[in-house]
Design a protein around this ligand. Structure first.
Ligand SMILES: CC(C)(COP(=O)(O)OP(=O)(O)OC[C@H]1O[C@@H](n2cnc3c(N)ncnc32)[C@H](O)[C@@H]1OP(=O)(O)O)[C@@H](O)C(=O)NCCC(=O)NCCS
Length: 166
């Protein structure tokens, strides 16, 4: 007997098998005293001393995270991101490396991806979105902000697009 379920108006065969890839922590260079709360997906990256990574975080290949950082739950740190020391990345912070410069996702063409560097002592509020930028040391980013341009001066930045508020 064939098993079907009705899904978005179409009949879907229950026996179709999806490609399932396991969540994993693999090929990571760890400093001393790093804490990670599972589940999370963290691979081919560097995480330095005393850094804490909360649950449901993804950290992709090539990312470097410095010492004494806190990466709170549900954040996404994509390829080409570097975070220096003593940073606080709050819940649900999203980094971006593909700006859709040619009007659509770059797909596999990494030449279209751009990098992000976060300096030392940077705190990024909950649910902020960080486009490919450089942020200098000693910066606070407000919750829900969208960072579209480099930040070259210490201070507090908030809004969409984020502006210096203090
Ligand atoms: C950005 C932030 C640090 C500013 O705090 P503050 O210096 O005390 O600023 P104020 O609350 O006095 O607000 C100053 C102005 O900025 C605005 N503002 C504050 N935070 C903002 C934000 N996240 N996005 C947009 N505007 C913001 C205020 O509305 C106010 O505007 P007004 O002058 O027109 O009235 C703080 O509001 C914030 O977003 N912190 C992030 C906290 C967080 O995510 N914590 C996670 C821990 S779990």
């Amino acid at each position: 007997m064939k098993l079907y379920i009705k899904f978005t108006g179409q009949l879907v065969h229950m026996k179709n098998n999806p490609n399932i890839k396991d969540i994993s922590i693999r090929d990571v260079k760890f400093g001393k005293n790093v804490t990670i709360v599972k589940p999370c997906n963290i691979y081919e990256c560097v995480i330095d001393d005393n850094t804490f990574i909360g649950p449901f975080v993804e950290i992709q290949r090539g990312v470097v995270i410095g010492k004494n950082c806190k990466i709170q739950s549900h954040s996404f740190i994509c390829e080409l991101v570097t975070i220096c020391d003593n940073c606080f990345i709050s819940h649900g912070v999203m980094f971006i490396n593909d700006k859709f410069t040619s009007g659509k996702p770059a797909g596999g063409d990494k030449s279209k991806w751009r990098s992000t560097i976060i300096g030392n002592n940077v705190s990024i509020g909950t649910n902020a979105t960080i486009l490919p930028v450089k942020i200098c040391d000693d910066v606070v980013i407000g919750a829900g902000s969208v960072i579209t341009k480099d930040i070259k001066e210490p201070g507090i930045y908030a809004g969409n697009p984020a502006k210096k508020i203090n």
